[in-house]
Design a protein around this ligand. Structure first.
Ligand code: ZN
Length: 61
């Protein structure tokens, strides 16, 4: 169960930079006025190393 929103246990779309906190889109928008603090999971520009540290099952190629 490596990937879930820390608020609602939903499917995460965002990762807070420098942490292992994952948020779904709705909770991210509720919790952060500016979601530019967040890394969007699954985009190539997201650091793969950073994701790999958090998520051991690799979903990103
Ligand atoms: Zn959520």
């Amino acid at each position: 169960m490596p990937r879930k929103c820390v608020v609602c246990d939903g499917e995460p779309e965002f990762l807070i930079k420098g942490t292992n906190d994952l948020y779904c889109k709705g909770c991210a928008e509720e919790s952060f006025a500016d979601i530019s603090y967040l890394e969007k999971i699954g985009e190539q520009k997201t650091s793969e190393d950073e994701i790999d540290q958090l998520i051991e099952e690799k979903q990103i190629e």
